[in-house]
Write a protein that binds this ligand. Structure first.
Ligand SMILES: [Zn+2]
Length: 364
């Protein structure tokens, strides 16, 4: 058994635009923070470290329209196709999420890469898998793209696991620094999918993801938001996982765990203010991997989401892939704080986690 890696050169051709942030007449536009370079540097480090050679390549394929329609409206798919065919542009109703010509096809290839990873794990071709896909997906809602996300890769993969492969329950654990609003919206009333989001409180979408949003109807209690104060580090994330996420996973007993694996809660990220290191991500991956071992025979799929520090993200990703594959390379992370002291659990962070526990306890 081994760890699978989804990677496709065409993910690098996604055109996220030559403008980050609101346009200004005063400064030259800069390349977008969600860039091909960030992902390529991860792949390059996996290659240079020798880890890629130990992974099982999983070919990506384009998600079909029927597969995309499990999470999105027909109108939204038509809109993305239209923008794509006219040569690209902004697809977001609010703020900017840019695609280029053929943007539809590359986004469908990202969703299909997530599906391929899920299939490989369910088929037992690999024990677990990492899909280094682009564009990301967790902000995409049924009828609206946002936050650099076009199609909801993780949700589409979870719905494939249930509706095409016959699994009964899937858990999605999202540790991207920003709220998994799209995943929450798609499964708001769906008890088949447990959605858990750990995120910087109120960061993006602005104000999104309070602990009080727990799902509705049949899905009541199947949505867990863990908003953590800006500045939270390893102590807060490990406490949130151990005190909230692990008990929730044990109770839900998923047949598959999907991690929306963003690295923008890393300590040098330009788009969040959290303090995780590569060792933090390694520990978080270990915790979730153990839960997958206990609950579902190790079935674990990680899907790449955000992470915008070109310098540090490759080391974060390598640590996670080392954990998944059980193979430690000789690479050392030059950005690790020398004394490992950064990010201890602070009282106000513990209080934020307690508030989530209180909300869940009130549901019974
Ligand atoms: Zn993010």
């Amino acid at each position: 058994m081994s760890t699978g890696l989804v990677w496709d050169e065409r993910y690098m051709w996604h055109d996220s635009g030559n403008q980050f942030g609101p346009p200004s007449p005063w400064v030259e536009p800069t390349p977008h923070l969600e860039s091909a370079e960030g992902k390529r540097r991860i792949k390059n480090l996996l290659d240079a470290s020798g880890l890629t050679a130990r992974l099982t390549p999983i070919p990506a394929r384009a998600a079909t329209e029927a597969e995309l329609l499990r999470a999105h409206t027909p109108e939204y798919l038509s809109y993305i196709r239209e923008v794509s065919e006219r040569g690209g542009g902004n697809i977001a109703a609010r703020a900017t999420t840019h695609i280029g010509k053929n943007g539809y096809d590359i986004a469908a290839l990202a969703a299909g890469g997530a599906i391929a990873a899920v299939d490989a794990v369910i088929d037992g071709t690999v024990e677990n898998a990492y899909a280094l896909i682009r564009p990301p997906g967790h902000h995409a809602e049924p009828g609206e793209g946002k936050g650099f996300c076009v199609f909801a890769n993780g949700s589409i993969a979870a719905l494939h696991a249930i509706e095409a492969r016959g699994l009964e329950r899937v858990a999605i654990v999202d540790w991207d620094a920003h709220h998994g609003n799209g995943t929450q919206a798609i499964f708001w009333q769906d008890p088949r999918v447990l959605t858990v989001s750990l995120h910087q409180d109120g960061a993006f979408p602005p104000g999104s993801g309070p602990a009080t949003e727990v799902g509705e109807g049949d899905g009541l209690g199947c949505n867990i938001n863990i908003p953590l104060p800006g500045g939270s580090g390893e102590g807060a994330y490990i406490a949130a996982l151990e005190r909230v996420v692990v008990p929730a996973l044990r109770k839900f007993a998923p047949d598959l765990i999907i991690v929306a694996c963003g690295f923008d809660a890393g300590l040098f990220d330009p788009l969040a203010r959290m303090n995780l290191t590569s060792e933090s991500f390694r520990r978080m991956a270990q915790i979730v991997k153990l839960q997958a071992d206990d609950a579902c025979g190790g079935r674990l799929v990680m899907l790449h989401e955000g992470g915008y520090s070109l310098h540090t993200v490759p080391f974060h990703a390598l640590a996670v892939l080392e954990c998944l594959s059980g193979h430690r390379t000789q690479v050392s992370d030059p950005f690790l704080p020398p004394d490992g002291s950064i990010g201890a659990l602070e009282p106000h962070q513990a209080a934020a986690i307690d508030r989530v526990s209180d909300v869940l306890a009130s549901l019974g």
